[in-house]
Design a protein around this ligand. Structure first.
Ligand code: SAM
Length: 291
């Protein structure tokens, strides 16, 4: 069965009394070469367990199951469960769990089902919640080796942007704390059913085992990043002044100058490591409640 054949997709959904749901961000792949390539490039170790978010009718799941040790897939749409039972029935190494990825306790599930195994993530993400899912995956504490996601092309550009570029933002600086994001390839809108308005791209993030940037207070580090990009047009001194009202302008410009920055610099020019250094410089100046 070709799970990317558009007629097969339509017939399967109709046969099980369901259809594509916009509310769940369902844009199914209809070109078999795409899930094959994503599965091929998402992970280096074939003995890995792959966590998939949103298997849909299972086209990417099947390609992952062919290549890796096991697949644990989380699908929110319960009407797809019987479809997946049918399409993936021949794979003994696939488990589909009917859960919202934003609500499931991933470390607990993995401790139960994949203790001691190498684990990576692979997903064609629902576009309406790309960033929350991605941030949950990196923040949840599960020891993933890599996370490969298909996202809208403009989001892919943001995830992989260099400091100082127009696409660089809070998500880029935060993500680079956890790992190294790299764009793998573009997938044009015509490869999906229904076709979205924009093209997509696949991004792979290789996660650090030992993070090279170690801010003294990770909470403050993320707060500084959010402050810097929350008011992008302001200088960093002014943006930080709004976010940390107990600090005066002189303290902020002194902190920036001590790190070798012009106090008129904008936050978008700072790398992840520089945000960490800035947060460390502000830490002793702040009351405990804001750290
Ligand atoms: N993997 C399939 C493919 O590539 O054709 C479907 C991808 S489709 C873009 C996104 C999938 O994520 C849908 O199956 C949708 O129901 C599922 N989904 C949406 N929100 C979800 C959530 N919060 N948790 C788990 N799955 C979700």
């Amino acid at each position: 069965m070709n799970l990317c054949d558009i007629r097969t997709v339509r017939e399967l959904l109709a046969a099980f009394g369901t259809g594509t749901k916009k509310g769940f961000g369902q844009n199914f792949l209809i070109n078999a070469a795409v899930p094959e390539r994503i599965a091929e490039e998402c992970c280096d170790a074939r003995d890995s367990v792959i966590v998939e978010v949103g298997p849909g009718i299972g086209c990417l799941t099947a390609e992952l199951a062919k290549r890796y040790k096991r697949v644990i897939a989380f699908e929110i749409d319960k009407t797809l469960m019987p479809v997946l039972k049918y399409t993936l029935g021949s794979f003994s190494n696939v488990e589909v769990i009917n859960e919202d990825i934003l609500k499931v306790d991933l470390p607990a599930v993995l401790a139960e089902k994949a203790a001691g195994e190498r684990v990576s993530v692979c997903a064609n993400l629902p576009y309406y919640i790309t960033t929350p899912i991605l941030m949950r995956l990196v923040e949840c504490g599960a020891a993933f080796e890599s996370i490969t996601v298909m996202v809208q092309a403009e989001v892919a550009a943001r995830l992989t942007a260099a400091p100082g570029s127009a696409d660089y933002g809070a998500i880029t600086a935060s993500l680079c704390y956890y790992g190294v994001p790299k764009k793998l390839f573009t997938v044009t809108a015509g490869n999906f059913m229904p076709a979205p308005k924009v093209d997509s791209a696949v991004v792979r993030i290789d996660l650090y085992r030992d993070k090279p940037v170690k801010p003294k207070s990770p909470d403050l580090f993320f707060k500084v990043i959010r402050a810097a990009f929350g008011q992008r047009r302001k200088t960093l001194t002014n943006a930080l002044g709004t976010a940390f009202p107990t600090l005066n302008k002189e303290q902020l410009s002194d902190a920036l100058t001590s790190l070798g920055f012009d106090p008129r610099i904008r936050g978008e020019r700072l790398s992840t490591a520089e945000f960490a250094a800035l947060a460390d410089a502000l830490l002793p100046l702040l009351p405990d409640s804001t750290k």
